[in-house]
Design a protein around this ligand. Structure first.
Ligand SMILES: Cc1ncc(COP(=O)(O)O)c(C=O)c1O
Length: 434
């Protein structure tokens, strides 16, 4: 397995153990227990730097990066995003509250969601978040009422469906006209929304937004979305005499899981810039501010998950199951999307002789698998199994199914490690029970 493709800080030491940054993962499993989420701080910082450098290089001051914290959200991650100068995309009162609790500056928060509640809108307006991305007319009406009562002017972007479908799993395609997110361009809703927002002093329409999907490996599909969005800004300019200042292109760039040809962040940003400039020239406008909202490509390859191997079942002519002490409760992505992962035994990372296993979790659910028919070194109970590229949409999508406590998240940096999210206890499991 080419570990470096998953993460440049993964390696194998003289004991044949998998190392992450400068730490032996087998020792980390001993120290913190399993299952265990590990996040590499230097991987996250390196991904952020790649975005910021590329944005600076091509977009200059008009480029902004908002970290989409649905990919991995906790207070420490919000602090890290803040320290690196990013904006933050949040999509619920829980994510917003996390960010505010970590003292993330509200003016750099972008609040998303296709069905925000009044309480969520009020929390956002009361805290003066930088932008609310309005998903539909019903939301705009309620937002105006809420903003009017506070006497504030809330800046908004409108989420649109550019009618572009990337080649990715259907559950993470969001830019097509049939998506549940945003407003389609076909029935005049956009004009009504612009008119309503324009006539109202409590909101200021500053831009439009699209997010076409996630885990996108062939990013040429963005060029179509960019062209559609620039045309809309030009149309709004002509039809409503309103020059929008912001275009938000969402996130979605794919990462390496297993055998993927992974695009490079720098090329992605530079190529989007070239396509934007072309469209701007075509429609005769220049948009003052461009936003990107990457989630997965900031944290996805920065995380791995460690499990302890338990029961192993090898029966003639049947699937060989290797069970671990976690599963769909800490990583539902295989059950949801049949997502591919690279898997390796952390304490036998130098072994080359392999057997075919299906890696099963411990939940009471046949679909609770982490991967089917993968090659793993000869495993015995007690071995430590590592699943790579679990930094995005694993901890953030985890659940307490079967009342299993969530694993802790440990941030590693060179030869140091620290808990940034504690392991849940059995007491946590019954905390809200009456
Ligand atoms: C509005 C919006 N922005 C950004 C993202 C982040 O996407 P990704 O993690 O694929 O970069 C998402 C993901 O669902 C999203 O819905």
């Amino acid at each position: 397995m080419d570990l470096k493709k998953a993460n440049e800080f993964l390696s194998v030491n003289d004991n044949g153990h998998l190392t992450f940054e400068e730490l032996d993962t087998v020792e980390l499993a001993k120290k913190y227990g399993t299952p265990l989420y590990l996040m590499s701080e230097n991987s996250i910082k390196s991904n952020i730097k790649n975005y910021l450098d590329a944005i600076e290089e091509s977009f200059g001051k008009r480029g902004h990066v908002a970290y989409a914290c649905k990919a991995f959200c906790c207070k420490e991650m919000a602090r890290l995003a803040d320290n690196q100068g990013l904006w933050l995309d949040v999509v619920s009162s829980g994510e917003l509250y996390t960010a505010l609790s970590a003292d993330f500056p509200a003016e750099r928060i972008i609040f998303h969601g296709n069905n925000k509640s009044n309480d969520e809108l009020k929390l956002a307006v009361d805290n003066s978040v930088g932008r609310i991305v309005v998903d539909n007319e019903y939301e705009l009406e309620r937002l105006i009422n809420i903003a009017e009562t506070t006497g504030k002017v809330q800046k908004i972007q409108i989420r649109l469906k550019p009618g572009v479908d990337p080649d990715t799993h259907q559950y993470v395609r969001t830019g097509g006209i049939n998506s549940k997110f945003g407003i389609s361009l076909s029935d005049g809703t956009i004009d009504r929304i612009v008119r309503t927002a324009n006539q109202c002093k409590a909101v200021k329409l500053v831009g439009i937004h699209c997010h076409i999907g996630s885990q996108i490996l062939d990013y040429s599909v963005y060029f179509d979305a960019v062209d559609v969005m620039v045309k809309i800004i030009s149309d709004i300019n002509q039809n409503h005499n309103l020059s929008l200042e912001e275009l938000n292109l969402g996130g979605g760039l794919g990462i390496y899981y297993k055998n993927d040809e992974t695009p490079n962040i720098r090329d992605f940003v530079n190529d989007i810039h070239s396509s934007l400039v072309k469209s701007e020239q075509k429609y005769g406008i220049k948009i003052p501010a461009i936003y990107f909202e990457p989630g997965r490509s900031i944290v996805g390859n920065a995380g791995i998950t460690l499990y302890k191997v338990g029961a192993i079942k090898k029966e003639e002519g049947l699937t060989s199951y290797l069970s671990v002490d976690g599963g769909m409760a800490d990583n539902p992505r295989y059950a949801l999307y049949k997502s591919k992962y690279s898997i390796i035994l952390a304490n036998k990372a130098d072994k080359t002789e392999m057997e075919k296993f299906t890696v099963a979790g411990k939940c009471c659910e046949s679909g609770d698998l982490l991967q089917e028919d993968v090659l793993i070194a000869d495993a015995v109970p007690g071995d430590i199994l590592a699943v790579l590229s679990t930094g995005a949409y694993n901890y953030s999508m985890s659940s307490n199914y079967n009342r299993i406590p969530r694993p802790p998240v440990v941030m590693i940096n060179k030869d140091t490690s620290r808990i940034i999210v504690k392991r849940e206890s059995l007491e946590d499991i019954i905390r809200n029970d009456i």
